[in-house]
Ligand binder design. Structure first.
Ligand code: PLP
Length: 350
């Protein structure tokens, strides 16, 4: 979270704009909250340069719930194709199989999810209801720097993108997207809010047993208020959107993120103690997994990091090692501090 957003939320916690209420105490149908909601939606639309034929839905359940909600809305019980570039895509594939035929179009599992299978090699069925990718694999640190152009592959199916962990970190080419979803907690605000952006023509295809609160048509027709939306999380995300606008928007954020990631990867590539194993053309700008070549030093590395207030560096348990998540709100100074510590640590081990 940007620190200034937390300060602002703290100052408005008991009394929002003289309303005499905390945002948590507002009716989601009252004019105060509606104004918060409308501002957040308009700011997000502007930030993402979202064309008018896409709807923004503020939902709940997180990225994992969307793994079910997307096939419930788009599969029509048919076949779906998944490109696996890490463990999030694997989860999506498994869940979708409950609602239709979920197929693997391509997988980078054989190389430990350190590369992107080239789109020309993807096997997409002619009957595909949609093609799913995870555009930033949070655990394996693999990112599509460009979204695939399915039309150029001769495929008319819509592209579904799980962009949970890098939404708002760079511009999106919406001409290539049918639907994008993401939990808010990585880059947009607190947990509890799930963002779904969906092309209008894909709305209204839900399976009959799709829960009403998860039917995109009902959600869209009710301005995300079919059920009570996660009001406080929307409010905080709205403050983050204003912070993004104030700092130059998404294009400026992308430049900042490139500089942050470059600093860390350059150090890793020059180090004799640390390494990143992901192919250079698809390294994530948000999640940088790295390993100590001598893993017996892991605990000492983490303890020393904690001593200088560098926290949450332990890698996901499924891959081990370390991971630096350097989301939008992480300033360059934070990455500089990490690299300075790693340099020092490396010296003491020489
Ligand atoms: C974090 C994450 C999720 C899971 O989000 P939840 O809100 O925990 O359901 C899904 N996909 C990706 C890529 C993620 O990084």
């Amino acid at each position: 979270m940007p620190e200034s957003v937390l300060h602002q939320a703290a100052s408005e916690m008991l009394d929002w704009h003289g309303s005499g209420m905390s945002v948590m105490e507002m009716s989601h149908r009252g004019k105060e909250f509606i104004s918060i909601y409308e501002q957040a939606e308009a700011d997000l639309r502007e930030l993402l340069a979202l064309p008018a034929h896409f709807k923004i839905l503020f939902m709940q359940g997180g990225g994992l719930a969307e793994n079910a909600i997307v096939p419930l809305n788009l599969s029509q019980g048919g076949a779906m194709d998944f490109v696996l570039t890490g463990s999030w895509g694997q989860k999506s594939l498994k869940e979708a199989g409950k609602y239709g035929t979920a197929r693997v179009a391509a997988s980078a599992q054989a190389d430990g999810f350190t590369s992107l299978p080239s789109p020309a090699s993807w096997h997409i069925g002619a009957d595909s209801r949609y093609v799913h990718i995870c555009s930033n694999e949070t655990i394996h640190g693999v990112e599509f720097h460009k979204l695939p152009d399915l039309k150029a592959l001769g495929c008319d199916a819509p592209l579904v993108v799980d962009f949970s962990s890098h939404v708002a970190s760079r511009p999106v080419d919406w001409s290539r997207v049918g639907l994008a979803f993401g939990g808010a907690q990585k880059n947009l605000g607190p947990a509890g809010l799930t963002l779904v952006i969906v092309r209008e023509d894909l709305i209204g295809r839900a399976l009959p047993h799709c829960p009403s609160a998860f039917d995109y048509k009902l959600v869209a027709d009710n301005q995300s208020m079919y059920n009570t939306p996660p009001t406080y999380s929307i409010y905080i995300a709205g403050l983050v959107f204003q912070w993004l606008k104030k700092h130059g928007g998404i294009a400026a954020m992308e430049q900042r993120n490139i500089a942050k990631a470059q600093l860390l990867y350059d150090f890793l590539d020059s180090s004799s103690l640390f390494e990143n194993r992901v192919a250079k053309d698809c390294r994530s700008r948000m999640n940088v997994p790295f390993f100590l070549r001598d893993e017996s030093l892991n605990d000492a590395f983490l303890a020393g990091a904690k001593a200088v207030n560098l926290l949450q560096l332990k890698g996901h348990k499924s891959v081990g090692g370390m991971r630096a998540s350097i989301y939008n709100a992480m300033p360059l100074e934070g990455v500089q501090a990490l690299v300075a510590y790693m340099r020092e640590f490396e010296k003491t081990q020489a």
